[in-house]
Each structure stands twice: as structure tokens, then as C-alpha cells.
Design a protein around this ligand. Sequence first.
Ligand code: ADP
Ligand code: MG
Length: 692
Amino acid sequence: MADCANTLVRTLSGVGPQVEARLARAGIHHLSDLWFLLPRGYEDRTRITPLDQLQAGESAQIEGRIEEVERGFRFRPQLKVALSDDTLGGITLRFFHFNAAQVQQFTTGAWLRCHGEVRWASQGLEMVHPSYRRIREEERGQTRATLDPVYPSVDGVGPAMLGKLVRLALQSLRNDAALELLPLDWLRKLGLPDLIDSLQTLHAPTPGTNLSALVNPAHPARRRLIVEELLAHRLSLARQRSQIRRLGALPLRSEGRLVAAFQRALPFALTGAQRRVWQAIRDDLCAAEPMLRLVQGDVGSGKTVVAALAALQAIEAGTQAALMAPTELLAEQHFVNFQRWLQPLGVDVVWLAGKVKGRQRNEALQRVAAGAPMIIGTHALMQDAVRYQRLSLAIIDEQHRFGVHQRLALRDKGHDGESVPHQLVMTATPIPRTLAMTSFADLDVSNIDELPPGRTPVQTVAIEMGRRTEVIERIRAACAAGRQAYWVCTLIEDSDEIEAQAAQSTFDTLSAALSDMRIGLVHGRMKAADKQAVMQAFKSGEMQLLVATTVIEVGVDVPNASLMIIENAERLGLAQLHQLRGRVGRGAAQSSCVLMYQPPLSRLARERLDVLRRSNDGFLIAEKDLELRGPGEFLGTRQTGEAGFRIANPMRDTECLDLVDSLMPRVLQLDGRVADALIARWIGAAERYADV
Ligand code: ADP
Ligand code: MG
């Protein structure tokens, strides 16, 4: 790749160690990183508007002589600077934040060039906090030849400074044909500009350019960069995958004795979808290449059984399997299930979570090191102290809760220099096609697209908080009919403690209102053993109503529970609400879900609740969720940060995906260095952590 792209930003004038560190934190290391920092908008400074032609509500560039400076205090300190020019017009600049140096600059008679939005004030036109610069009188009327890009600021480096650095970085662009990494004939056929053209167009548009077209992602200059970026991500994923493949994995072949025994003992037959997915997994596990498979299945579709089958295959082959879940409660549920399923087959299950301490922990670690076949837990499974004897299969449940780092860390755990563990990732939040093609392109995806028989769709209603008494009566009736109910208190602030308090007070109120009922409480602040005891009591039917925080969101499984109340449902996202609702509708009884909300609802919140009332389909809900929130939030901040798109937005730029598809084989045929350069340019050092 041409050197100018890889030149470090510290070579630019004005970049000292401090600025360099700040830029680095924002992921800006090389000149090419500055090229791809696109303006968020543009200002037209090619013209100067005479003061008598200013219009309120418009942005304008003006020049004026300082007539009067007034420093005053009206509710807060402010500085007013009155300007005039050769016309009869005038305007006042108003500052609320200013320093002594600024005040000193404003001397009567001096000329200023300003840019800002003009508005009406009581005493005439004004600009509040315009950008401005002192000019000499001779400089008047000397305007720019191109439109001014407006840059964002990053982590302590302001827009003006960034703009200057981008301009410097762009100077290195000229006449370097080696910078173009996409096939020119391909670009031409589609009417897309080459790299240098695109960057010039976007960073230094000529006067008369249609500015609103320029910020539109469909603009050819932007599209061209978007395609290149999406392509780089695809290449990076493909490459990581082939690297992992090259490491190899233990082929887990066996007679299938354990698997068969387990299936015989199950009180139900596998669904067709479970059988199909299990077959794909078994084939993967028998190969000497590591499996990288994502199993998507709506809540309640029976992913756990499939995970157990995979684990047994690994175990019968004489190796270890680990299952990691994002919350302690969910991990415990898995532990209880796996013990119930595996112990009769003579398979030991080890429990390892952060809260396991002291002697118990040492004992668990020893068992793992000695080769215990099945290990279940939380993030604790990845700690340094955990040494596996022969980990061949890492199962990760509800993957959307984990960052990419964590997934890779568990994989690395079993890495003995020659092979890596097979990886099975399970998620109830389906990854919509648009994201699947970019962020998850290189996982094999299996869908469990069928629910076990006898399930009835959950009926969902939205009810105002004010009708709480009615809701309580509904619980009483359901429980009198032998059914069980959940009452979920949602997060008020991002604090376990406050949430626990809220749950406690709801528990108190409900206990008073339903004094003849047996009610339990579970929240994230409780000791693991206490939580488990409450869950067990609920599961066995001893308790009729369970008041809980969103800790029960994932995986909790009590088929007799058929009523779920979600308090302040308007605070939660679609995916989370769907997950929560998935806790009911697991038995044959008609289940319902009551979404209680605090009016007035925002438009978005109303739309979310409507989607849930209308649909039980996890795929449809996920698509809708993505549409309402955008992919950033959909994946959780941690993952988007890592997926690290700069210009592209995989959700918005769906039609570019087809272009990327058509480009992939072309680029793969080229010298491998082209792919290297593309990946280095767009993803750089973050590559290792892109989604695998
Ligand atoms: P999820 O996909 O949400 O993780 P689970 O694995 O927890 O779902 O399964 C939900 C419930 O369905 C469990 O009670 C499980 O025992 C039951 N189940 C799984 N597979 C089947 C099946 N083929 N037939 C009937 N019930 C099943
Ligand atoms: Mg599950």
C-alpha cells in the first residue's frame, strides 16, 4: 500500500504527543484515518452577505466593523459585539462563554469575519456564538474558493483543528495512483468516482455544489467509500475465518452412545428443526476444522437441548465442553438442567461463576484442570486461573450479550498451539440479514425455525400504570386457576442497587395486596444460593408469583408460568421485551403478557408496544427493532465499537451489499496485497477483534 496512507499523524505539523494521544483514542493513527473522517456538513464561505441583506433563520458569512462592545450580566454573563459594514445594516454577536483573550480581540474599529446562524432578537438581528476571525481591512472580500467542510470534534480535538489536519493529510493524496484499491473498470461501469476524486469532492466541494446531495449516502462519492469499507469488513471476516480454519480443531468422532442415551431419556422428541441443526453441528464437530456456528432460534425454540447434544459428542470423544452464559441466573439454570440430564449418563458437571470463592473455587478449578467433561458458568470460565485439560467445544449462550472479545477469549482458552475449540454460539435475537452479511458473514448460521409442539402464542396487551388494581386482580385469578405469574420491574437507572430497591418495594406492595398468595422476589443483588432457592421454589410451584428484575430476561424456564406483567415496559427495547415475554407461553396453557406503561408514551415507545401486541415472531421483531434503533444500538455499544464502521451503516446501506457481493470474487482473484491493504486501511489493528 502506498506509504502516504500509512504515514503517522504525528508527522503533521500541530500534532504533538497530546493531540496524538487524543487522536489515537478516537482510532486516528494514520493519514488515511483522517481522509475517511468525513465532514458532518458544509458551510458556504465562498460568499459574503452584506449586513442589510441578512435573513433571520439562515446561515451566513458576514464581515463587519466593531462598533461597540458591551459586557453585561443578564441571568448570566454575556458579551455583545455590535457590527456594521458599508451598508445600512447591522448585527450583534452574542457570547455567553468567553474569556479575557477574546474580549481583548474585540476592539472598536477592528474587522471581523463571522459565520453563523442569523436570528431575530429584541433589538434587531444577532448571531449567537458565531465562528469568527479577526481580519485586516485589506483582507475584506477575500473569500474561499471551495465550500467549507464542517468536521466533528473527537475527544478533545476541536472541529477547527481536525479540519486543519484533514486538509494537511489530503495534501499527501495527490497523484498517487497506488492509492486506488478498487478495480477502476468496475468503478467506471457503475459511474462511481475513484478514491482521490471522492475524497476531494467530499472534503473540498467546489462552489455551486449541491450541499444537501453531498451529505446524502447515495451520493456517488460517498457510495464509493461505503462500498470500499463494507468490502474491507467482508474481507477481514473471510480472512479471520480462514486463519482460524488453518489452526485446525480436534475432530470429535464417536459412536454416539451418549447422544443416543440422552435422546432416549428426554421426555419429548426433537423437533424437525432441532434435528436438522443438530445434524449440521455433528458434521462440523467431526471435521478437523473448527466449527464456527451461530444457532438462532426464537425464545423457547429449544436451543439448550441442541447445546447438550453437542456437548455430549465432545465428551464421548474424551474431551471437555464449556458452556458460558451472560448472567449468573441463566448459567445456573443451565447448570441445573445439565446436571439433571448428564448425571444419569455418568457425566460430571462443574459449576464455575464469579461468586464461587475459596475452597469451592479451588476444587472446581482442580476438577477442570483434571479434565472434568462439562463446565458451566459465566465470564468466570475465561479467567486466567482457569486451565482446561482438553477443551474442544466452547458453547456461548445468548451471544448478543457478550462482546466479541469475550467470545474470542473463551476460544483462546482451548488454544494449544495446534488447535482451537469448536465454537457454538446461540442467540434468541436473530441477526437480521443486513447485519448478518457484514458483521457475521463468516459464521455458519443455523435456524431453529420451529417451536416445540403445543405452544400457543402469547396474547399481549398494553395497559396504563393507573390500572394496576385491575392487573393485580388478573394475577389473583390466574393463580387461583393453578397457574403462575411473573411481575418484572424494569431498570430505572443503570444500577443494580436501585433496581433491587424498586423490586423490593413492588414486592412489598404486592405482598400486601395479595396477602393470601405465596410470592417470591429475585434480583441481581441477592446471593446466588438465595436466588437459586427462590427460582427452585417458583419452578416447583411452591410460589405462585415471582417478582423479579430483568435478571430473568434470558433463559429462565418455568412452563407452568403463563402470565407476565412488565412494569414500565416503555423503558425497554423491543428485543428485551420479546425476550422477557418469552418466559411465558412455554406450556400448553394460553399465556398472556401485560405491558404496563406510564403515559404519555413517546412515539417510539408506542410503536414498540404496538409491534409486540401484533407479533410473536422473533425475526419480525428483530427487523423492526433494527429499523427503530439502528444497528449501533442493536448490537450493543460494545459490539458496534468493535465492528467499527466509519462511513458505512450496514442497515442503511443495504443496496451497497449487493455491490460488495459482486466485488468480492474480483478482489479475491487479485494479488493478496490488495485485500491486505483494504483491511489495513479500514480496520487496521482492530482487525483481530472484528466479529468471528
Ligand atoms: P431457548 O431456545 O429459549 O433456550 P430452551 O432450550 O430453554 O429454549 O427450551 C424451552 C423449553 O422447551 C424447555 O422447557 C425445553 O425442555 C423444552 N423443549 C425443548 N425442545 C423440545 C421439544 N422438542 N419438544 C418439547 N419441548 C421441548
Ligand atoms: Mg436459552
